[in-house]
Design a protein. Structure first.
Length: 122
């Protein structure tokens, strides 16, 4: 079973704009999916609250890229970070071995073309 509560936000947007360097301007539009595996039920509300607190401390991760000519900025807009939870009948070892497969259903794979065009939403 899959559950997603929509984007997790810190609850405030600083509006800070961070200018990216050359490396980030070249590679910055690559989205990164992260997965954590547990062999037991987790406190979903607690994990979500923890992510919101982390986003308050590091608002870049809840911001969005903005193109400025050939340059790239990150706007600390608190648009949020996606978080979802999955239940599976697989063993922990099986889940970790198959998660990267597009058809595994365990990870929300991110459309990098949509990321480059700025159309990815949580």
């Amino acid at each position: 079973m899959s559950r997603s509560g929509g984007p997790v936000r810190a609850g405030r947007a600083s509006g800070t704009v961070v200018r990216c360097g050359l490396v980030e301007s070249i590679t910055g539009d690559r989205a990164v999916a992260m997965a954590f595996f547990f062999d037991h039920a987790v406190d979903e509300a607690g994990l979500t609250a923890g992510l919101a607190l982390a986003l308050d401390h590091v608002p870049l991760y809840a911001g969005r890229f903005r193109k400025r000519g050939k340059a790239l900025d990150i706007v600390c807009s608190d648009d949020g970070a996606s978080m979802s939870f999955r239940d599976s009948d697989m063993t922990l070892d099986q889940a970790m071995r198959t998660a990267a497969r597009l058809d595994s259903g365990l990870i929300d794979h991110i459309d990098t073309d949509a990321t480059r065009q700025g159309t990815v939403r949580c």
